[in-house]
Design a protein around this ligand. Sequence first.
Ligand code: AMP
Length: 314
Amino acid sequence: MANKNPLEITDKDEMRNWSRSMRAQGKTIGLVPTMGYLHEGHLSLIQESHKQTHLTVVSIYVNPGQFSPTEDLSTYPSDFLGDIQKLKSVPGGVDVIFRPRNLYDYGNKDDGVGGGVGWDQEGGKVVSCVEKSGMEHETWVRVERLEKGLCGISRPVFFRGVATIVTKLFNIVEPDVAVFGKKDYQQWRIIQRMVRDLDFGIKVIGSELVRDDDGLAKSSRNVRLPPDDRQKALSISKSLFKAKFAAENGQIDCQELRNAVIQAVHEAGGKIDYAEIVDQESLEKLEEIKRPAVFCVAAWFGNVRLIDNIEINV
Ligand code: AMP
C-alpha cells in the first residue's frame, strides 16, 4: 500500500478548518498527542487510531505548561525530520502532522519559553515554564483528586499542564477519538476523567505499553541514558514483572511487593521517586491486591527520570 504524505499544519485555525471540512464530509478523526522524538510506542497509538477512525492527526508539541522551570524542557530530545520519516513509514500513514510553534499567548513578548535555570518557586508558589515566561495565560484545567498522587507529588504542575494542553488540542483539532498510552497510566486516567467530567464529545482510548525487547518501557527520554544506566534501569521492568508473577501466585500484600521493587532498583543504583500499587481506576493506594491494580514506579537513573507500570489482575 502506498503511504500517505502527511499534511503539515502549524497554524491552529488552519488545523481546525481542516478538521471541520473533513467532518463535514463524514470522516471521523483520531488524535494522537505527542511531544515528538517518536518511537514504536507512539506509532502503536497511531495503529490504534486507524482501528477507530477514518483519519489520524498526530500532534507534536513539547508543552512548556507541564514542565516546572527546574525540569528538562530545554533538554527534551527532538528530531522533527526523523519524526516525519517515521510518520510517513508507519503502516496506513497519518493524515496531518500538527506542529504548532506555540500554543500559549505571548502577549507582547515574542521570545521562546525559558527552561532549566535555577528557579522553581515564585513567591512560594510552584510555577510552570509558562508562568515563569510571563505569558498571558491564566486558565488551567485541573483534575483535582487524580492529579495529586504518584507523579503529581514530585511534579506538582505536571498534570495541570497536561490537562490544559490536551483541552486546547481537543478544542483545536475537534477529534472524535483521542489515543493515549498506558505507559503514562495516571495521565490516561486523568484525561478519561476530564473528558467525562467536562462533557467532551471525544472517546478516549488507552493503548498498551510498548517495551524494548529486553523489557525497558520505550520512552523518548531513554536516549539520554548512558549504556550503563540503561542496563541498570532494567531493574524497574524486571522487578515489576516479578511482582506481577508473585501477585498472580498469591502474594497480594502490597507492602511486601513494593519493598521488593524498591530494593531491586536501589541495588541497581537507581533512586526511587515512588513505587505504589493503586486501584486501576481511582488510583487509590491498595494494601492488598483484591481488585484490578496497577503497580506504578518512577525512578531516577543519573539525571533521567523514568516511569513504568504493570497492570495486575488477580
Ligand atoms: P510523549 O511524547 O512522551 O508525551 O507521549 C505521547 C503519547 O505516547 C502518550 O499518550 C504516551 O503515553 C504514549 N507513549 C509514550 N511511550 C509509550 C510506550 N512505551 N508505550 C505506549 N505508549 C507510549
